[in-house]
Design a protein around this ligand. Structure first.
Ligand code: PLP
Length: 455
């Protein structure tokens, strides 16, 4: 295979590679040749600090010795074993370890290759559960989802998502969803305080359940922070309230922790932020992705409770099987990477360490609050975001056409800090391993970029 020249690479990257969520007529992306720690180097030799963890999945930086070694060792055994009628010790070990580290009721793991598939699996499991449980209720066919939710880009997950820009082209293909409000601790209804807002939102979900519980399969929620919606944070108590409502109305709860899970928020699972001594939160299904392999390999998982598992048991002839699978589900190389990730989260990057890194990040972000167009700085652990607003008092957003976030991130990238905007919101998700100096550089560069754009 001939090595392409830099000019050829740039050309083919614009014409041969169809990039995700990108307008290819205007495409001008980076071509990264190497990564080392929190830094990426492109084919021109320019270096960029990875401020978005290669889109929210790279937990400990690049070329992590422990993960590299785990994958190499696995390569010496076998790269792939199908999940259909076969298994591998790395996959089994990973399943057991995930079960040990998730809410107690979750005892079974279905592996897929990406976050959307993990969510789709959860939805199909929940749907089929009601047909096969002890007292079947096959008339349950609806899902309840949150306003502005994002759960992936397959037709099923787009249906439960509530981001109109991603949905409108496909509207005729999507199924109907019962949609509640977007719980938002920043833009609360009529400027309510957080506690009243929480009650207000929960009341809306209660009404939805009062009317529709009998036809509802499950309520799907991304706990604590709706990432793709713009890192919209839920008021404290909302997740716990939702979990209670699902129990009360006998509706399954699906927690999508694809973005917020795996230690990103300073807790292994974001829903733990809303647990108390009296009340833990036990979703019936939990979806994991992104950070699962530390940003190395495509893998996701759906964890299920035992009542759900039991509803699928029977003879071959009973056809209670879950007829669903992905070619690379449970792939041993990815499993080996994920096992190394779990080791790291227990040792060098245990949650108290991540919380302390998060506080450091919070300290460096604090001065940005003073900038006139910064409306809000939100953070849970190492998952933070800055929302830029046209008017701080009314919280009026910038118009989409202003591309305000895009301009800020273009400026930081030009100055050696790679970030990717979500509309008017600048997500800041450094690898959990980022040191003080790089964290400071990251935040200061964002501050300079905002000053530049606001001038
Ligand atoms: C990224 C994401 C997904 C989809 O994951 P993919 O691996 O991109 O398919 C689903 N849900 C949430 C909350 C996400 O952030």
């Amino acid at each position: 295979m001939n090595r392409l020249s830099s000019e050829e690479l740039i050309h083919h990257d614009r014409t041969a590679v169809w990039h995700a969520f990108s307008q290819m007529a205007e495409y001008d992306g980076l071509i990264i040749e190497q990564g080392e720690g929190c830094w990426l180097t492109d084919i021109r030799g320019r270096r960029y600090l990875d401020g978005a963890s290669s889109l929210w999945c790279n937990l400990f930086g690049h070329r992590v010795p422990e993960i590299d070694t785990a994958i190499r060792n696995q390569l010496d055994q076998v790269a792939h074993v199908t999940n259909l009628g076969m298994s591998h010790p790395s996959t089994i070990t990973l399943a057991k370890r995930l079960i040990d580290r998730t809410p107690r009721n979750l005892q079974h793991v279905f592996f897929s290759g990406d976050g959307a598939s993990a969510v789709e699996v959860a939805m199909k499991l929940a749907f089929q559960y009601w047909q096969q449980c002890d007292r079947p209720q096959p008339h349950r066919t609806k899902f309840i989802a949150l306003g502005d939710a994002y759960h992936g880009d397959t037709i099923g997950t787009v249906s439960v998502s509530g981001v109109s820009r991603f949905q409108s082209s496909f509207a005729p293909l999507l199924f109907d969803v019962l949609r509640g409000p977007c719980p938002d601790a920043y833009r609360t209804p009529q400027g309510m305080n957080a506690r009243d807002a929480c009650e207000h939102y929960l009341e809306a979900y209660r009404r939805l359940l009062e009317q529709h519980a009998a036809e509802t399969v499950a309520l799907i929620v991304e706990p604590m922070i709706q990432g793709a919606a713009g890192f919209v944070c839920q008021p404290k108590g909302f997740m716990q309230g939702i979990a209670k409502l699902c129990k009360e109305f006998c509706v399954l709860l699906i927690a999508d922790e694809v973005a917020v899970g795996m230690g990103r928020t300073g807790r292994m699972w974001a829903l733990e932020h809303d647990c108390t001594d009296e009340m833990s939160i036990e979703p019936d299904l939990l979806c994991i992705g992104k950070g699962l392999t530390g940003g190395y390999l495509a893998m996701s998982a759906t964890l299920a409770s035992t009542p759900i598992w039991n509803a699928f048991l029977g003879t071959h002839a009973s056809a209670r099987t879950f007829f669903h699978g992905h070619t690379y589900g449970g792939n041993p190389l990815a499993s080996a990477a994920a096992n190394a990730v779990l080791d790291l989260l227990e040792q060098r990057f245990a949650m108290p360490f991540v919380q302390q890194r998060g506080e450091m990040l919070g300290d460096f972000l604090e001065p940005l609050r003073a900038l006139p167009i910064v409306g809000d700085v939100r953070r849970h652990g190492m998952m933070a975001a800055i929302e830029l607003v046209a008017d701080r008092d009314t919280k009026r957003p910038f118009a989409w056409e202003d591309r305000i976030g895009g301009r800020v991130c273009a400026w930081t990238t030009e100055h050696g800090v790679w970030l990717r905007p979500l509309g008017n919101v600048i997500p800041i998700l450094p690898p959990l391993s980022m040191g003080d100096d790089d964290l400071r550089l990251l935040c200061e560069t964002v501050g300079q970029a905002i000053r530049h754009v606001q001038a």
